[in-house]
Design a protein around this ligand. Structure first.
Ligand SMILES: Cc1ncc(COP(=O)(O)O)c(C=O)c1O
Length: 463
């Protein structure tokens, strides 16, 4: 039942484990070799050398027995697979969008929509940047403009909806460049780079009105929309008795277009889609998807994966599921807070974000404290996390200068339905140990920097 236990403390998982994947514990000496070989970049570690993998929640979730049975129902016809129609109907039923174009993952959808809507010299405002999203906007000739509220850049600020948009910033942008230079506002639900922070329904409604007034589209990065809905239900007046499904639908219906990395909320290992209501836009997307992904009825996905995705969408909006998901994230965050570890607050939807700037206060941001902290946590415990600070922010495309974001974070991202409470305890203990020896963590310098999205493949050395 949707509302059963809303007020109870327990968030036990609504599943039991049917099959397990064995993982190995490693020694500190071995991990030292591994992290050096990986150039102090946790993306370059081999997964066999990782004990608890909190690198990302992307594609790392555990599919249910129903999703696996969906895999066996794959219709791998080149054109018109029945799984595509199941997916399309599911997207319309739960997310409101009439037209769906499958893509290989979220960035495939970002690529297509940026190419269609962004022209050289345009500006694309958003509630904080996301790495691949901003890059596709830039590659299409646009400039990203951050219009999230200031509170989002302050790790300790307890604003319940740190994903909200600041309309003064949007107004200022229109005044400066004119509405005709703004093809759309890119609004993310459960804003990843802000720490998994939600946007309120009230703010979404205001955005709809603002965009209607200026004749600007709303493009929704709906990667973690059900996590956002959880926070609306538990924090926003008037939504406590609505179902997660109702809230998710209401959010989506306030927007025109959506990009989805289906590797998150709907718990498939690979996949995504672009969705929209406007048939003309859909025609344009169909034209481009055949060039970059595949025919419009499979895009970048196998039939079996579209089936598992359609099933995962329904599972992702169940109250018992989302409550357990958020309960686990909160459990880890609370354990760290109890031990005095500085984290982004309120605890976000998909991850706990460590404030590396405070934890390693002896390191200047030029020495990449978050990158160094992620490497130190791995060395201590075999727990893999990810940098979300100056390395991820990259360089200004005009000046070549490093961006120095206010948030210098390490993300401990929790895969869905994968780890137990004991794994969360081990993780918390490892971080508490690193914090006790924080002064011994050395800064890093970049020794190899790829041109694009450098956090994935960049290499570092200790200073
Ligand atoms: C908010 C957000 N948008 C877009 C993407 C890109 O999706 P994908 O990794 O599937 O290409 C991600 C993935 O990490 C994300 O978190």
């Amino acid at each position: 039942m949707e509302n059963s236990g809303t007020k109870k403390r327990a968030w036990a998982e609504p599943f039991k484990i049917k099959m397990v994947e064995l993982i190995e514990m490693t020694t500190r000496e071995h991990r030292l070799e591994c992290i050096k070989e990986a150039g102090y970049n946790t993306f370059l570690l081999k997964s066999k050398d990782v004990y608890i993998d909190l690198l990302t929640d992307s594609g790392t979730g555990a599919m249910s027995d129903r999703q696996w049975s969906g895999i066996m129902m794959g219709d791998e016809s080149y054109a018109g697979s029945r799984n595509f129609y199941h997916l399309r109907d599911t997207v319309e039923k739960y997310y409101s969008y009439k037209h769906t174009v499958p893509t290989h993952q979220g960035r495939g959808a970002e690529h297509i929509i940026s190419k269609i809507l962004v022209k050289k010299g345009d500006y694309v405002p958003g509630n904080m940047y996301f790495t691949t999203t901003r890059l596709h906007q830039e590659l299409a000739g646009g400039t990203f403009v951050d219009v999230i509220i200031d509170e989002a850049h302050d790790v300790a600020n307890l604003h319940p909806f740190k994903g909200n948009i600041d309309f003064d910033k949007l107004d200022a942008l229109v005044k400066k460049v004119g509405a005709e230079k703004i093809p759309y506002v890119c609004v993310a639900t459960a804003v990843n780079m802000a720490g998994g922070q939600p946007i309120s329904m009230e703010n979404m409604k205001q955005l709809r009105e603002w965009c209607d007034k200026h004749k600007i589209l709303v493009v929704h990065d709906m990667t973690r929309v059900s996590e956002n809905a959880f926070f609306i239900k538990t924090r926003e007046a008037g939504y406590e008795n609505k179902t997660i499904a109702e809230i998710v639908y209401e959010i989506c219906a306030l927007t025109d277009v959506a990009t989805m990395s289906a590797k998150k909320d709907p718990m498939v290992n690979i996949g995504g889609f672009l969705a929209m209501n406007d048939p003309k836009l859909y025609d344009k997307a169909c034209n481009l998807v055949v060039v970059y992904e595949g025919l419009h009825t499979y895009g970048g996905m196998a039939g079996r994966d579209m089936e598992a995705l359609a099933i995962g969408i329904v599972e992702s909006i169940q109250w018992d599921h989302i409550r357990a998901r958020e309960g686990q994230v909160e459990y880890l965050g609370q354990r760290l807070m109890d031990a005095g570890i500085p984290i982004v607050q309120p605890i976000g939807g998909h991850a706990v974000f460590l404030d590396a700037r405070t934890m390693l206060s002896h390191l200047p941001q030029e020495h990449f404290p978050a990158q160094a902290l992620a490497a130190a946590i791995y060395l201590q415990s075999g727990v893999r996390s990810m940098e979300r600070g100056a390395v991820s922010a990259g360089r200004n495309k005009e000046t070549g200068e490093n961006y120095m974001p206010k948030l210098e974070l390490v993300r401990l991202t929790i895969p869905r339905r994968v780890y137990t409470q004991a794994h969360m305890d081990v993780t918390a203990e490892a971080i508490i140990d690193v914090a006790a020896e924080a002064k011994s963590v050395k800064g890093l310098k970049l020794v190899y920097e790829p041109e694009l999205l450098r956090f994935f493949q960049g290499r570092f050395e200790e200073l």
